[in-house]
Write a protein that binds this ligand. Structure first.
Ligand code: NAD
Length: 498
């Protein structure tokens, strides 16, 4: 059995705790590897390595830091197929989707190649007689990132790229479900010229996370995962004096206006609802047709498409989606579908008994479609994180708008319409962090930034974009005075600009 350890001080090291977690091939249901779960001593070894490497890395001029990322981007392109295969084999998503996972992270690495420009700061000449004032953006020191299973390439890169480009050392605690790609990324960073110790990967579970949250030498923590853990990490890291940002779960709605192009809308819904088997924080899980006629037309077009979804292992290059990540995830999703039926929602397409020949033990769930879902139902309130789309019918635009507005989560939302007035009103009034207008999964590009509102995010700076440079640096403001020729007298009142 393949054993996956940690990546500390520039090399792979075996775990020593004796505690491991199984890593599955979700398509076959087989355990294909065991990942070590770190002890506090192993985390300490990573912190020691990071502390030793960080000052020299921070003193490396930003162009040289950028060049490491230039080479890393080249390496990611060279190793794209290898990375995507590794990723699919542990996550279950299709090969093309896995490439998208790597590419969305790669784009953040391209963005941070601009670090010489991004880290320039402010300067005021002549703020007073002989006085100049300027601000420096300096690295926080050692940062840590805790990442979810569903994007094992992209989300680690969202975090470590801006952190490291800004002169920090970084400790990544990836998901124990699919830990191989994060380790491979760290190896490629070393190959790209990153000094050892600047990026360490410590595998583990809650215990490793808890050790990170109280470690006195870790200054900032970024987290992406489910909302209950995001709340916990936010509160615990803050109570331990750390800078912290955490991103949680979602329930993303798509509002479908009567004037929307329905063929375009249905295609968008299929990709956004069932791509990656719904295991995306930006998946659309609620469709809100406005008016009964729109609802009827939508359902008529959706049902055959959901029924004919092609489901397969990542080796099937024609598959639309793969299995769920674990047996537990499958049990949770099918349990929620059962709850929806009990609560009275109409299950138009039931994928619970889907079986794939030759892959009977895989964690597959077929596409499911619910109609007549209402706000009080569990399947509406809870993030299902599976291939399940719920249709909630709204009488008019105001009622449709009120649904995502009232929902606990606020990650993404979209509207499909040809009416510019409606689209503009929607973008302006909605209380959600990322909005699509005729775009189903409005994940911003690397030079904007990613973040939800409400229970989808805690903390005030987003992932990537210029926000990330702010998160991974702190401001120092210098006031300097060269008073040649100026006569000084003691001043006892608060100095002001009189
Ligand atoms: P998760 O919360 O179970 O795990 C996330 C990380 O937290 C993992 O590294 C895990 O080891 C760790 N962890 C798990 N339980 C913990 C505990 N009790 N204490 C401390 N740490 C713990 O999430 P997941 O199942 O890996 O990922 C899916 C979730 O992530 C979904 O809710 C999805 O919406 C969310 N997500 C959000 C975004 C976003 O940007 N908002 C992006 C991707 C995924």
């Amino acid at each position: 059995m393949r054993e996956i350890g940690h990546f500390i001080d520039g090399q792979n090291v075996a775990g020593t705790s004796g505690r491991t977690s199984d890593v599955y091939n979700p398509a076959t249901g087989e355990v294909q590897a065991r990942v070590a779960l770190a002890t506090a001593d192993e985390l300490q070894a990573a912190v020691d390595s990071a502390l030793a490497a960080q000052p020299k890395w921070a003193a490396t001029n930003p162009q040289r830091r950028a060049r490491v990322f230039m080479r890393f981007v080249d390496l990611l392109n060279q190793h794209m197929d290898e990375l995507a295969t590794l990723l699919s084999s542990e996550h279950g998503k299709t090969f093309d989707d896995a490439k998208g996972d790597v590419i969305r992270g790669l784009e953040v690495c391209e963005f941070v190649i601009g670090i010489p420009h991004l880290s320039k700061s402010e300067f005021t000449e002549g703020a007073g007689p002989g006085i100049d004032m300027y601000s420096l953006r300096q690295p926080v020191g050692v940062g840590a990132g805790i990442t979810p299973f569903n994007f094992p390439a992209m989300i680690p890169m969202w975090m470590f790229a801006p952190a490291i480009a800004s002169g920090n050392a970084f400790i990544l605690k990836p998901s124990e479900r699919d830990p191989s790609v994060p380790i491979r990324l760290a190896e490629l960073m070393i190959e790209a010229g990153l000094p050892k110790g600047v990026l360490n990967v410590v595998n583990g579970d809650k215990s490793a996370v808890d050790d990170i949250l109280v470690h006195p030498d870790i200054s900032a923590v970024s987290f992406v995962g489910s909302t209950p853990i995001a709340r916990y990490v936010y509160a615990t890291a803050a109570a331990n004096g750390k800078r912290v940002q955490t991103f949680g779960g979602a329930k993303n709605h798509m509002i479908i206006m009567p004037d929307a192009d329905l063929d375009q809308t249905v295609n968008a819904l299929m990709g956004a609802g069932y791509g990656a088997a719904g295991e995306r924080c930006m998946a659309v899980s609620v469709a809100v047709p406005v008016g009964e006629e729109t609802a009827e037309r939508l359902i008529e077009k959706l049902v055959p498409k959901v029924e004919s979804l092609r489901i397969g292992p990542y080796t099937d290059d024609k598959a639309d989606m793969g299995p769920l990540v674990t047996k537990e995830a499958k049990a949770r999703v099918t349990g929620l579908i059962g709850k929806g039926v009990e609560e009275g929602a109409k299950l138009l397409v039931d994928g619970r008994n889907f079986k794939l020949q030759g892959y009977e033990d895989g964690f597959f769930v077929g596409g499911c479609l619910f109609d007549h879902v209402t706000e009080d139902m569990e399947i509406y309130k809870t993030e299902i994180f599976g291939p399940v789309l719920s249709v909630v019918r709204a009488k008019n635009y105001e009622e449709a708008l009120s649904l995502p507005m009232k929902h606990e989560y606020g990650n993404g939302v979209s509207i499909y319409t040809r009416d510019g007035d409606a689209a503009r009103d929607f973008a302006s009034r909605i209380n959600i962090g990322m909005v699509g207008i005729n775009v189903p999964i409005p994940v911003p590009l690397a030079y904007h930034s990613f973040g939800g509102w409400k229970a989808s995010s805690f903390g005030d700076l987003n992932q990537y974009g210029t926000d990330s440079i702010k998160f991974w640096t702190r401001t120092k403001t210098v006031t300097s005075r060269w008073p040649s020729g100026i006569k000084d007298e003691a001043e006892f009142a608060m100095p002001t600009m009189k």
